[in-house]
Design a protein around this ligand. Structure first.
Ligand code: ZN
Length: 71
């Protein structure tokens, strides 16, 4: 399962690469973005889950997800 994450002050959510930890600042999203120099948010507590869920998904991450789904 990928994890939906965002960076502080971000306007879109990203999906982390499979196996990447949201606690790792070098962890890459599907679009190649890392949270450096900040941290990924979205998996800490319910507020973060809700915030990530309410954000639109990064266009590049979304296209990778569609590609993987065979679309
Ligand atoms: Zn992305």
């Amino acid at each position: 399962m990928s994890e939906r994450v965002y960076v502080e002050d971000g306007t879109v959510a990203h999906e982390l690469q499979f196996g990447e930890s949201p606690n790792d600042r070098a962890a890459q999203a599907l679009c190649g973005r890392t949270s450096w120099p900040g941290y990924w948010f979205g998996t800490g507590d319910q507020d973060e889950y809700d915030t990530a869920a309410a954000m639109p998904l990064c266009v590049a991450c979304a296209s990778v997800l569609r590609h993987r789904a065979g679309g």
